[in-house]
Design a protein around this ligand. Structure first.
Ligand SMILES: *[C@@H]1O[C@H](CO)[C@@H](O)[C@H](O)[C@H]1NC(C)=O
Ligand SMILES: *[C@@H]1O[C@H](CO)[C@@H](O)[C@H](O)[C@H]1NC(C)=O
Ligand SMILES: *[C@@H]1O[C@H](CO)[C@@H](O)[C@H](O)[C@H]1NC(C)=O
Ligand SMILES: *[C@@H]1O[C@H](CO)[C@@H](O)[C@H](O)[C@H]1NC(C)=O
Ligand SMILES: *[C@@H]1O[C@H](CO)[C@@H](O)[C@H](O)[C@H]1NC(C)=O
Ligand SMILES: *[C@@H]1O[C@H](CO)[C@@H](O)[C@H](O)[C@H]1NC(C)=O
Length: 276
């Protein structure tokens, strides 16, 4: 037992990196840019390279899978950042996101990744982790060759959205199940929102939800920092407003081979990151 304790203490010492001495940066309405973020041009010791934000025309920009999103808010307690597609204009119902984006773009959605190989941001709701702090749903745009009146989910958007000027266009709130897709309809665009209170019978309301944007998280990194050894068992406790590590040891107080294995990978990752 003492061996495991000592092993863990050494890990804690190794893995904790100090990020002091960096005052928050500011760009436009986002005035508190701090760890893990840094703004382009900030000293390298401030924030992580993978979380570097841009400042373009007084707007804070986040790079996600080679697309740009405008930062609306950062919540350092929940470890979330809310972003919006730059093409969405609040009161212009014809404005649509530039990019197709859904939960499946995020590599960790369906498979557990080791920290060192995970994407910087997560949107997934993996079963093993309680990510109740993150609300992420989709608006699906479809174009049909016939009018779909009988399906409640199909909300007409044709007044504002025309796909190649043809067909009947609809927006659907929530996830589209295979049986919901009518024959003769084609999915044109999927875009996320984290506003869960929109009215799914009104296109105006759906558009407002899109323009509100969506939240993504740096939970994987936060858990790694917070519970360095057994990162995968970390979650946000919304009643206490903080990250909680789950019991890392198995019930009988031993460490499984898999957990040790993951830890060693993480140490290797951090050592290589520190030596850069
Ligand atoms: C940038 O945005 C901030 C906050 O919205 C505003 O106070 C400031 O005047 C803007 N600066 C420029 C140059 O537009
Ligand atoms: C900015 O964020 C830091 C880190 O979470 C926090 O300590 C600080 O209180 C925040 N400042 C403001 C003005 O919100
Ligand atoms: C609204 O958005 C559409 C599509 O992006 C664009 O063509 C149109 O010019 C915008 N209208 C206004 C008033 O900005
Ligand atoms: C998300 O994935 C889709 C399908 O693979 C791709 O077309 C789209 O460009 C991706 N979105 C972003 C923002 O990379
Ligand atoms: C619309 O939203 C309500 C409440 O969130 C939900 O109960 C209902 O199933 C949704 N309807 C459709 C067609 O998705
Ligand atoms: C719509 O397309 C489907 C499949 O391509 C076809 O079977 C159907 O006849 C078309 N309906 C109309 C009204 O054109």
């Amino acid at each position: 037992m003492w061996r495991e304790r000592a092993f863990m203490a050494v890990l804690l010492l190794l893995v904790h990196k100090i990020h002091g001495g960096c005052p928050p940066s500011s760009c436009g309405k986002i005035s508190n840019i701090s760890y893990p973020f840094r703004l382009k041009g900030d000293p390298e010791k401030c924030g992580e390279e993978r979380y570097e934000l841009g400042c373009e025309n007084n707007v804070t920009v986040l790079y996600l899978y080679s697309a740009k999103y405008h930062v609306q808010a950062i919540n350092y307690k929940k470890n979330t950042v809310r972003v919006v597609d730059p093409a969405l204009q609040h009161h212009n119902l014809s404005s649509l996101p530039l990019r197709f984006l859904s939960r499946s773009n995020f590599s960790d959605t369906y498979t557990q990744k080791y920290f060192y190989q995970s994407d910087p941001y997560q949107a997934g709701l993996r079963a093993s982790v309680n990510w109740e702090s993150l609300s992420f749903s989709h608006i699906v745009f479809v174009n049909c060759n016939h009018s779909v009146r009988e399906k409640e989910k199909y909300v007409e958007s044709g007044e504002w959205v025309k796909w190649e000027g043809k067909g009947y266009s609809y927006a659907i709130g929530g996830d589209l199940k295979a049986e919901d897709l009518e024959v003769g309809c084609e999915v044109k665009l999927v875009a996320p929102t984290s506003l869960s209170t929109y009215n799914n019978h009104s296109y105006t309301s759906m558009h407002t939800a899109l323009a509100y944007g969506f939240e993504i998280s740096w939970m994987q990194l936060a858990c790694q920092k917070h519970c360095p050894v057994f990162y995968k068992d970390c979650y946000f406790d919304s009643s206490k407003q903080k990250l909680k590590c789950r019991q890392a040891l198995l019930n009988n107080g031993t460490v499984s081979i898999l957990q040790l294995y993951i830890s060693l990978f993480n140490i290797a990752f951090f050592l290589s990151a520190m030596n850069k």
